[in-house]
Design a protein around this ligand. Structure first.
Ligand SMILES: [Zn+2]
Length: 124
């Protein structure tokens, strides 16, 4: 199957949607974070693509920017410490679980776009 190389923005958007960076149809993940060997739709290989610490790093960075204003608002409310802690930890946990696969999809797409396999750029 012949397909043109999609532009960087399309690849990033497809990655954020956890879709194949090439066709945008197939799912990149088999489960929560396990990368498929090949795209189930276009058979593009994802062999050697790994994101290492990039996805958790980006998740923490984004989560910090989401949580900081929330914390600044919530501490002004008169809520006792224990319920406040439970709510904030629970919220942060759920947000982290939601953001992590999105960030991993983004980095899978970027690694695919720049042909980075096993952490190194592959020159054709
Ligand atoms: Zn595909």
């Amino acid at each position: 199957m012949s397909m043109l190389m999609p532009n960087l923005i399309a690849v990033m958007l497809r990655g954020l949607c956890r879709r194949c960076p090439r066709c945008g149809v197939g799912q990149v993940f088999n489960g929560y974070l396990t990368i498929e060997d090949v795209c189930p739709h276009c058979q593009e290989s994802f062999e050697g693509i790994r994101t290492d610490d990039a996805a958790p790093w980006a998740t923490i960075l984004l989560l910090g920017h989401i949580m900081a204003p929330i914390v600044m608002i919530v501490v002004k409310l008169d809520i006792s410490t224990l319920p406040l802690t439970i709510i904030m930890v629970g919220l942060e946990f759920l947000l982290a679980l939601g953001i992590l696969p999105v960030m991993k999809g983004l980095f899978v797409g970027l690694n695919w776009r720049f042909n980075i396999r096993d952490g190194k750029p592959v020159l054709d």
